[in-house]
Design a protein around this ligand. Structure first.
Ligand code: MG
Length: 234
């Protein structure tokens, strides 16, 4: 008798654990992931693979001039900022960068930047055992948000940014109703958690915030190297 009660009890529990089917819910789309967490998923737009800079231009629209290396899949900063022809709204962005082995202090050491929409700079800098103003160090939303921690690797080592970006929102009249929101994981460490960009940061492509825009990579006089840069709309 005891055993029957137990069996009935287990069956009742199993029935309770079954979630109710909700016909209003649709299964999410399938996205084939890359071979590793860093590799571009099937629905990503690859922007730097070392083969071509056809997807990029200078600020003035002329051809991008960074140095490509097909063998290592890299592009090295030089000859001005580069702006992607691809534009996006909300996005997941993956960037790999390496600051050069060089002397220098503060802002004059491995300086570059990832400008989301050409407007909001996630600073790239060699901040490994190198000091500068906190809202200008590596991983800062330049001039607006100090990174939560310093997760830098030394110069000459590859580093990653994985960014979740929510574009600013506008009403029908074009007035901004919500700021851009940026989350950044640097080398696997959370350094910006839903940071609100209140305006474009210094040296932005222009001051007019938009619902969609390009990616801009900064050339700041230092041969910072990039590889495996991709964006997927979300
Ligand atoms: Mg910079």
């Amino acid at each position: 008798m005891k055993r029957i009660a137990c069996v009935v009890g287990v069956a009742a529990l199993a029935a309770m654990a079954q979630p109710e089917k909700k016909p209003e819910l649709k299964a999410p789309p399938v996205v084939a992931p890359g071979a590793s967490a860093a590799a571009a998923p099937a629905d990503a737009k690859v922007l730097i693979d070392g083969k071509s800079l056809d997807g990029w231009k200078k600020r003035d629209g002329s051809p991008a001039a960074w140095k490509l290396d097909e063998k290592s899949g890299t592009a090295t900063a030089g000859g001005g900022d580069i702006v992607s022809k691809h534009t996006f709204g909300d996005a997941q962005i993956h960037v790999e960068f390496m600051t050069p082995v060089e002397k220098g202090d503060g802002q004059d050491r491995g300086n570059s930047g990832v400008y989301i929409h050409g407007h909001y700079e996630v600073q790239v800098l060699d901040s490994y055992k190198s000091e500068t103003y906190p809202d200008g160090q590596c991983g800062a939303i330049y001039g607006q948000h100090v990174p939560l921690v310093n997760a830098c690797r030394p110069q000459g080592e590859w580093q990653t940014y994985d960014i979740v970006f929510r574009a600013p929102k506008f009403d029908a009249a074009g007035k901004k109703t919500a700021n851009a929101v940026i989350t950044v994981i640097h080398n696997g460490v959370l350094i910006q958690d839903h940071a609100e960009a209140v305006s474009p940061t210094g040296s932005a492509i222009d001051q007019k915030e938009t619902a969609t825009g390009p990616l801009m990579l900064q050339e700041h006089g230092h041969p910072v190297v990039y590889r495996n840069v991709w964006v997927r709309g979300i």
